[in-house]
Design a protein around this ligand. Structure first.
Ligand SMILES: Nc1ncnc2c1ncn2[C@@H]1O[C@H](COP(=O)(O)OP(=O)(O)OP(=O)(O)O)[C@@H](O)[C@H]1O
Ligand SMILES: [Mg+2]
Length: 360
């Protein structure tokens, strides 16, 4: 079974819907979803350590806290732990705490009985109950409203919940994985996150390395994304040395997600079978100290236009008509510009050639 409700920040993967009881009030915008087992690419030392840790954590049911910057793969790791562990046959319920409606969050997590509040015209099962015998993944846990943190802690400690408006307690057995890209300890110090809940969640802590600390994984990731994102009818399957050098020179503040988006954008812009540095319009020039651009460097107007088009295409998911509208130009103009940018003019070709005059 898979259930996906992005609007409410809730995903449920695996398990058996029939045995999960009444979920009648969960939004029914169910979309098919791939249950990704593992899928973490990387051969660097930090990735070896991470994979080893995931293996050991999967074999336990202790709470795990995933800490890492945006795009480092926290959700992938949560899935790897769940689907690689003892509970893989049961549900993985993902809750994005930052996307929950504040007035409904309590009922989302704990459920409610009919008549508990205005509009509660039937009982509803909470997500903690849906995750019974499985795993609940609380993404962006730092956003869990303060007023709910004590109730949530009690549920974890006593392994039971009380739906809103009910006097009955329901036994639950859930494995908790929480993730954050914020400094939870600072939240504890600042009084926005309960210390006792932090200790309860932080039993096994897993830190995800930022991509800039494992740049040796970039070629492998690129080849993975080329395989994943290439149009099967297109012949793009490789990348030039020059393009790879540019990817290696950048520090990727948005981590693997940003790299994935850059490859997707390059595939939209590229017309050849090899991605070149010119196709990487959305990738700023190297930001590591060694490669930092001169602050006074003037970027040619054409390059600015290329980047604007590339970023807009990324935003519209490759939809050229919407991109043209957003850019305030006609569709034909956009096509013409795209054609121009994806053809390598002589000066670009020269720039792309290495010192030995070979195309890189
Ligand atoms: N090691 C990896 N191998 C392959 N793909 C990865 C890896 N890490 C991340 N990704 C991909 O990068 C994208 C972002 O990953 P994910 O959503 O897990 O990041 P996150 O840490 O949860 O980010 P955020 O904090 O913004 O929610 C996804 O498309 C994911 O598949
Ligand atoms: Mg995430």
């Amino acid at each position: 079974m898979s259930y996906w409700n992005d609007a409410g920040g809730i995903h449920i993967l695996g398990g058996d819907l029939e045995t999960m009881g009444n979920q009648a009030n969960l939004s029914r915008a169910a979309l098919p979803c791939q249950a990704d087992v593992g899928g973490l690419i990387g051969q660097s030392a930090p990735m070896h350590l991470l994979n080893d840790l995931i293996g050991r954590v999967s074999r336990s049911t202790s709470p795990a806290l995933l800490i890492g910057d945006t795009g480092t793969g926290k959700e992938l790791v949560a899935r790897a732990i769940h689907f690689g562990g003892l509970r893989c046959e049961k549900a993985l319920v993902t809750v994005d705490c930052s996307a929950l409606t504040p007035t409904l969050v309590e009922s989302e997590l704990f459920g409610h009985v009919k008549g508990a509040f205005t509009g509660a015209d039937c009982s509803r099962q909470g997500l903690l109950q849906t995750a019974h015998e499985g795993t609940i993944f609380l993404d962006e846990i730092g956003e869990l409203p303060t007023f709910l943190q004590a109730k949530f802690l009690r549920a974890l400690q006593e392994k039971e919940i009380r739906p809103v408006g009910s006097t009955e307690r329901i036994q639950i057995d859930v494995r908790v994985i929480a993730a954050t890209n914020r400094d939870l300890e600072a939240g504890v110090r600042g009084g926005t996150f309960r210390q006792d809940l932090y200790f309860r969640l932080n039993v096994v802590q897993i830190r995800l390395p930022p991509l800039c600390e494992r740049k040796v994984d970039i070629p492998l990731l690129v080849s993975h994304f080329l395989e994943k994102l290439s149009d099967p009818l297109q012949s793009v399957r490789t990348i030039s040395d020059g393009a790879l050098r540019r990817l290696m020179a950048y520090d990727w503040p948005g981590n693997v997600r940003e790299l994935e988006n850059a490859i997707e954008c390059a595939l939209v812009l590229s017309s050849g079978s090899v991605l070149t540095a010119d196709d990487l319009a959305s990738v700023p020039y190297g930001t590591s100290a060694r490669n930092a651009p001169d602050r006074n460097e003037l970027v040619p107007l054409e390059e600015l236009e290329r980047r604007a088009i590339a970023n807009t295409l990324l935003e519209t998911g490759g939809n050229k008509l919407s991109a043209a509208r957003l850019l305030g130009i006609g569709k034909t103009t956009l096509y013409r510009k795209l054609r121009r940018y994806t053809q390598l003019p002589a000066d670009r070709l020269r720039a792309e050639r290495g010192p030995n005059g070979k195309q890189t």
